[in-house]
Design a binder for this molecule. Sequence first.
Ligand SMILES: C[S@@+](CC[C@H](N)C(=O)[O-])C[C@H]1O[C@@H](n2cnc3c(N)ncnc32)[C@H](O)[C@@H]1O
Length: 223
Amino acid sequence: MQNPEFVKAAFSAIAKRYVATNHVLSMGIDLLWRQRAVQRISEWKPKNILDLATGTGDLALAFQRAIPEVDILGSDFCPEMLEIAQQRGLRKMICADAMDLPFEDESFDVVTVAFGLRNMADYAGALNEMKRVLKPNGHLLVLDFSLPDNLLRAPYRFYLHKILPTIAGIMTGHKAAYDYLADSIESFPCGDDMIKLMDQCGYRFIDAEPLNGGIATIYTATK
Ligand SMILES: C[S@@+](CC[C@H](N)C(=O)[O-])C[C@H]1O[C@@H](n2cnc3c(N)ncnc32)[C@H](O)[C@@H]1O
């Protein structure tokens, strides 16, 4: 559970360096994760998609390129991140808080959120709001970091807490935003805990697909 004012200020401060820093810190692996998300979404053959916490538009732009016939709307509460998304070619976007979306009930075939749910003030509240705007039988896809439950766990945590904030601090001048990233990953429910949370929110057919040994996970569910 995060403080929205802190989160908005942190992303506003790093917006201009966000894309480059991301690719360096993940050594480009985040591009493959988004490709996998695009593959999963394409199988559902949606007519429209809402990409929440779209930020600089990485996932929404991947959809736009892969399935241009689909109506894709990016949404975020940080105008500085959306400005970069627009410069990068995202066609449709809206500035809105994911906790209180300005859409009618049952508006979207698919709702996605990549590296965004973890930053929200109330995970269950956000998942319920996503469910409200999904059409009946609509699909949810959440992509986010997770903590591996294998031999990778210790080196990954060392990277998260020691190496990542140092490199990101040099690249963006905002080390605190990346100390926050590591802490937010530690406290974010993952694996079975996320499945349980989605189940409590009333989703069906919940699935978790660990990526690269479990350092990230794609969760899918149906309303
Ligand atoms: C780590 S970025 C993810 C951006 C993009 N989805 C990606 O895959 O790179 C997280 C984004 O979540 C947004 N965010 C966090 N909480 C939000 C909320 N309650 N409503 C809307 N956007 C939110 C932040 O402004 C930020 O742009």
